[in-house]
Write a protein that binds this ligand. Structure first.
Ligand SMILES: Nc1nc2c(ncn2[C@@H]2O[C@H](COP(=O)(O)OP(=O)(O)O)[C@@H](O)[C@H]2O)c(=O)[nH]1
Ligand SMILES: [Mg+2]
Length: 471
């Protein structure tokens, strides 16, 4: 997401990086380029104007004149302005010991039903008791869709009563939530293709009846400015407490995300980043600004890693990495960790500084499927071959390829991948534990690194590199 903007801004910064001092004309040129980048990202014009004006105010201030590195300064200013524009977020406002109603609103196809299930799953994981109910009696099978999502994800869904009207379903859901002492009742409503008065009247009625703690608009980020207009209409007509932007995974421009806060006047609470039930992120302006600027979403990367990677395995690999030993067994374990981390391309884009290559990443043949094929190749090797990849010559390659059901080319590709990775590991070793550590620190730390990086461990790896002041 935000690829286009990330690339454009990255170009602006690159250009600035080649300059010694920030002249007035360089500032003008940069601001113009930033403005174009924002407009091309489909950010609303008033938002762009404020953005540029605020930046200009800062740049003219003495802060920048004294700055040693103008490009870094501009990066910082853009970052701060992006954070401001994206706006503060907050957690869901749910009162304890109460059946808090969360009303899900939005146009048809915006992702209400999917997001209802995602939200329920998230709340349930945090320990809340959640009940879901679909009030969508207009679209055939809409209620069934929610029931299925519930069944797939172990979520409680109000049983369907055929022919029941939305308001009656809402009443029954409220009763059921009370009876089962649910903490949250998520009401998934019907949307239309366009805003129409009848729908708005019905939604207002449902809102009055259910007295929701949260009235959330679910809007499709791919709709760009239309999503923003929809949000304004809902905010005016029904009243909103927050916005969930979906399909952010497919939205390369980011205009809706950047315009929403200023234009609709309500905070963004979550982002939908995929079709799966766990593809929902708490909205975090700083994190997104980091992504847009290509500084990488290190927080996100580390969070995902903590959750999904087996820590011991990660530690073992890290230890081997630093010792400079690295064979195909290590590559296999590394690939399996990456697999656990989920979508490889998405993950790669989170790596600091890599945003500008995201097009290449998209085009490159990197997918979980590729990883699985590579895994099959390694699994077809004998233990001796895995430890000593050098012995794998033509006849062994043929046998391995046949065993894995792939071509010899695939085997060659895997071996090449191994060689490249091994070379990278050698680089890591050259940096030494201290160098690695400072790199990790810059990246915001890595799970399991603390215990790995204590002085004893450092000393055992290289006695000369124990940390200053810790001896
Ligand atoms: N890629 C992606 N697809 C999504 C996301 N949220 C919803 N969808 C898809 O959008 C389509 C419509 O979603 P649905 O929940 O039925 O929308 P509703 O009509 O508002 O209830 C479905 O195919 C969902 O899988 C998201 O964050 N990312
Ligand atoms: Mg629906």
């Amino acid at each position: 997401m935000f690829n286009t903007l990330a690339q454009k801004l990255s170009a602006v910064f690159d250009k600035l990086a080649n300059r010694g001092i920030l002249t007035e004309s360089a500032v003008d040129e940069s601001l113009r380029a930033i403005k174009v980048a924002l407009l091309e990202a489909d950010v609303a014009l008033p938002v762009v104007k404020t953005f540029i004006q605020n930046m200009r105010d800062q740049v003219v201030g003495e802060k920048v004149v004294k700055a040693v590195s103008p490009s870094q300064m501009v990066v910082k200013l853009v970052h701060d302005e992006l954070v401001k524009t994206l706006g503060d977020s907050r957690a869901l406002n749910l009162a304890p010991r109460r059946q808090n109603v969360i009303l899900m609103l939005g146009l048809q196809g915006s992702g209400k039903t999917t997001t209802s299930a995602k939200l329920a799953l998230r709340l349930q994981k945090s320990g809340a008791k959640v009940l879901l109910a679909s009030l969508d009696t207009y679209r055939p099978a809409a209620q069934q869709q929610l029931a299925e999502l519930g069944a797939q994800n172990g979520l409680a869904v109000l049983p369907i009563v055929k022919g029941e009207k939305p308001l009656d379903i809402a009443r029954r859901a409220l009763d059921e939530a009370k009876l089962t002492a649910a903490d949250a009742l998520i009401l998934d409503t019907a949307g239309r293709l366009h805003i129409d008065a009848e729908m708005m009247a019905e939604l207002a009625e449902i809102k009055r009846l259910s007295d929701p703690a949260e009235s959330l608009l679910v809007a499709d980020a791919m709709m760009g400015q239309d999503a923003v207009t929809t949000a304004r209409t809902f905010a005016d007509a029904i009243g909103l407490t927050g916005i969930i932007l979906t399909r952010v995974d497919g939205d390369a421009r980011g205009g809706a995300a950047l315009s929403m806060r200023a234009q609709a006047g309500v905070p963004l609470l979550f982002l939908g980043v995929g079709e799966k039930a766990d593809a929902l992120e708490a909205f975090d302006a700083k994190r997104i600004a980091g992504r847009i600027l290509g500084m990488g979403d290190v927080v996100g990367l580390v969070e995902t890693a903590i959750e999904k990677v087996n820590q011991d395995e990660a530690r073992k690999t890290a230890e081997r990495m630093m010792s400079g030993r690295f064979d195909l067994n290590d590559l296999l374990s590394q690939m399996r960790q990456i697999n656990k981390l989920g979508d490889v391309k998405g993950l790669m884009k989170m790596i600091p500084g890599i945003a500008k290559f995201s097009d290449q990443i998209d085009k490159a043949d990197i997918s979980n499927k590729t990883l699985r094929r590579q895994e099959a190749v390694i699994l077809s090797m004998t233990p001796r071959e895995r430890r000593n990849p050098d012995i794998i010559k033509a006849s062994r390659k043929l046998r391995i390829a046949a065993g894995a059901g792939v071509s010899v080319n695939d085997v060659n590709r895997l071996l090449k991948h191994y060689e490249q990775t091994a070379a990278m590991m050698k680089q890591f070793k050259k940096m030494g534990p201290a160098g690695m550590m400072s790199l990790m620190k810059k990246m915001g730390g890595m799970p399991g690194m603390d215990s790995l990086m204590n002085n004893d461990a450092l000393a055992s790896l290289n006695p000369e590199l124990t940390l200053k002041g810790k001896k």
